[in-house]
Design a protein around this ligand. Structure first.
Ligand code: SF4
Ligand code: SF4
Length: 204
């Protein structure tokens, strides 16, 4: 009885197990692939719409290179990971002659309009390596100047590479939209993404 089980029944069980395994493999082998060979290929932008990547600045309606940001510091103050640094702009320098002129005008009772510092920030840096993507900065911005980007292609071999100048990023985005050449060489990731876009276009 044991010999029949060993020489007949067990091989049949093993063969059936193999067939079941091959059936699963064959099913997934024939299905449409859901992954792409990055960076030769990238996925269409509309598929990344729901992805919450690093934060980015939203441009103002008047100038796409300038953010809506008013340098209020709410985002930097409320960030639990301390990954945002905002530097306010300074008021334009005034010559001593101009200052004297204004002082005299004020002494005569005239109203003087002194130049104020622009509200948009001088610097806006962000460390993606520290960000927990909690969204607190986005929720606390009084002028809705921040949002999550849909950039899925961020990788780095050094944490320093994940510190971003969001003002420079906004300027590059504006230039790209206007069809102008960027004012700096694209990084490794951007080159890879561009190569992927070209490969995707050729294969389409
Ligand atoms: S998403 Fe959260 S952790 Fe990231 S920068 Fe904004 S507040 Fe900081
Ligand atoms: S909270 Fe908004 S307006 Fe204030 S500094 Fe941050 S991005 Fe700018």
């Amino acid at each position: 009885m044991n010999a029949i089980r060993k020489n007949v029944i067990q091989p049949i069980i093993d063969l059936w197990s193999l067939i079941v395994g091959l059936k699963v493999t064959g099913k997934y082998f024939c299905q449409r692939h859901v992954t792409v060979h990055y960076p030769r290929k990238i996925i269409p932008a509309e598929l990344t719409d729901t992805f919450a990547g690093h934060i980015e600045l939203i441009p103002s309606a008047k100038d796409p290179t300038i953010p809506k940001c008013i340098s209020c510091m709410m985002c930097a103050t409320n960030c639990p990971s301390n990954c945002i640094k905002v530097l306010k702009q300074k008021a334009p320098k005034v010559s001593p002659e101009q200052e004297k002129e204004w002082a005299e005008a004020e002494a005569r009772g005239e109203k003087v309009k002194r130049p104020k510092a622009p509200k948009n920030p001088a610097k806006f840096s962000y460390d993606y390596s520290l960000c927990s993507l909690c969204g607190t900065c986005i929720e606390n911005c009084p002028v809705s100047s921040l949002r999550f980007s849909h950039d899925i292609y961020i990788v780095a071999t050094d944490r320093k590479e994940l510190t971003m100048d969001l003002l420079a990023r906004l300027a590059r985005q504006a230039e790209a939209q206007a069809g102008k050449p960027a004012d700096r060489a694209p990084g490794v990731l951007e080159q890879a993404a561009e190569a992927g876009q070209e490969a995707s276009a050729k294969e389409a």
